[in-house]
Design a protein around this ligand. Structure first.
Ligand SMILES: [Zn+2]
Length: 79
């Protein structure tokens, strides 16, 4: 058995809690970025009327529901 002082024990306790909080923060941040990327994947902004809409089709050009103009899909943004 090894001896540990109370100060070291408290330090290790808070260090472990800090590690858990940091790991949860990194995990949540990655999950938030993944969700934002998924949400932005189908978002298209019309180049003619600047209307934002979502298009889930597979055509290379998405038709604007407001003015009917064909819009080129932009690559998904990188976060
Ligand atoms: Zn439009």
């Amino acid at each position: 058995m090894f001896r540990v002082s109370l100060g070291l024990l408290i330090f290790l306790y808070f260090f472990a809690i800090l590690g858990v909080v940091l790991a949860l923060w990194v995990f949540e941040e990655r999950r938030r970025q993944r969700r934002a990327r998924e949400a932005a994947r189908h978002r298209v902004r019309c180049a003619v009327c600047a209307y934002d809409f979502e298009d889930y089709g597979s055509d290379p050009a998405a038709a604007c529901p407001r003015c009917g103009a064909l819009n080129e899909r932009l690559p998904a943004p990188r976060f």
